[in-house]
Design a protein around this ligand. Structure first.
Ligand SMILES: CN(C)C[C@H]1CC[C@H](N2C(=O)NCc3cnc4ccc(-c5cc(Cl)c(O)c(Cl)c5)cc4c32)CC1
Length: 339
């Protein structure tokens, strides 16, 4: 295994676990906590015009800290490579999960869709639009919770979420009519359309608009006509219809989704979309870090709160993960760094 010198001593690299377009994803262990991570490795030379997408994704993921968004722990940039150290999601893509089950029951689809609504409500509240929402970009963690990935196409319009976007991007079958028509569009409205396609795929096991030829696919999308199979309940039909509105101004907004009857069924409360991560730093993690690095709590807090997405940021977040999973808030190999 060719050990990348930049990772030596920090991460123990294991096998390649997947690929995302222009990236290779490897499993690794974070040396100080022993926690598993996924390392997305990109070679700058082969990125070509995709280089801006990487920078977009890195900057967006530094801002986004949420229980249903794949966590970015550390970024290492060398002359020839980018390494993104990310939250490991052992159960793979939601896409494969749907395929394995043909389609999901309303109850199971509801559990997943509530998590997707929470993630998108949070992203939109931070001024971002994902713009590539699809089951391939939703991974399952060890507790079957969804984690949204691939922010390479996300947008944080300069003039806020209400300013128009032009770049036509994302996956055609999930793209909104205004997007495929090359008209100006709002990222947030395009995301809501993609969520309608997503919910339809969860409940039906196939796509509402599909065609081998792109031009006829686009015509179907622009028509907004899709068939609703008999097994769909009236509530789920109306929810899907509210998202698959061809006119973006008539499309439901994420705020309205939070308390939609279908999402609230099974006597649930409105979707709790806020991030569970607090702004303030966790005392137990700071203490363990201070002891390990031989620093005062105060100095440790000052260093951690810079969130430079260096090894310290990764170690803090992974210690926090351990705590949230009820594991001991302890660092391994307690070699005290004597300054
Ligand atoms: C659209 N698809 C093809 C994309 C594939 C990419 C590889 C994925 N993957 C595995 O193949 N094995 C397991 C596995 C475990 N943990 C992961 C954690 C993060 C990411 C990740 C995160 C971000 Cl933010 C990102 O941009 C990219 Cl590309 C990947 C991938 C993981 C993963 C599955 C989806």
């Amino acid at each position: 295994m060719s050990q990348f010198t930049e990772l030596r001593g920090l991460y123990h690299l294991r096998e390649t676990i997947g690929s995302g377009g222009f990236a290779k994803v490897k499993l690794a262990y974070h040396a100080l906590t022993g926690e598993k991570v996924a390392i997305k490795i990109m070679d700058k030379r082969s990125l070509g015009e995709d280089l801006p997408r990487v920078k977009t994704e890195i900057e967006a993921m530094k801002d986004l800290c949420h229980q249903h968004i794949c966590k970015l722990y550390q970024v290492i940039e060398t002359e020839t490579k980018f390494f993104m150290i990310l939250e490991y999601c052992p159960e793979g893509e939601l896409f494969d999960y749907i395929v394995s089950k043909d389609k999901l029951s309303e109850e199971e689809a509801r559990v997943f869709f509530r998590q997707i609504v929470a993630a998108v409500a949070y992203i939109h509240s931070q001024g971002y639009a994902h713009r590539d929402l699809k089951p391939e970009n939703l991974l399952l963690d060890e507790d079957q919770n969804l984690k949204l990935i691939d922010f390479g196409l996300c947008a944080k319009p300069k003039g806020g979420m209400d300013s128009q976007l032009f770049t036509c991007c994302g996956s055609p079958a999930y793209a909104a009519p205004e997007l495929v028509s090359g008209r100006e569009y709002l990222g947030s409205e395009a995301d809501l359309w993609s969520m309608g396609i997503l919910l339809y795929a969860l409940l039906c096991g196939y796509l509402p608009f599909d065609d081998d030829k792109i031009p006829s696919l686009y015509k179907k999308i622009q028509s907004g006509k899709y068939d609703t199979p008999s097994w769909l309940s009236d509530e789920s039909k109306s929810l899907i219809a509210s998202m698959l509105q061809v006119d973006p101004k008539r499309r439901v907004t994420i705020r309205h989704l939070l308390a939609h009857p279908w999402l609230m069924a099974d006597a649930q409360c409105p979707v709790e979309w806020h991030s569970k991560y607090k702004r303030c730093l966790d005392e137990d993690c700071l203490t363990e870090l201070a002891v390990h690095y031989g620093k005062t709590k105060k100095d440790m807090e000052a260093s951690v709160s810079e969130f430079k997405f260096d090894y310290l940021t990764a170690t803090y977040f992974l210690l926090l993960e351990k705590k949230m999973k009820g594991r001991p808030v302890r660092l391994l190999n307690k070699i005290r760094n004597h300054e």
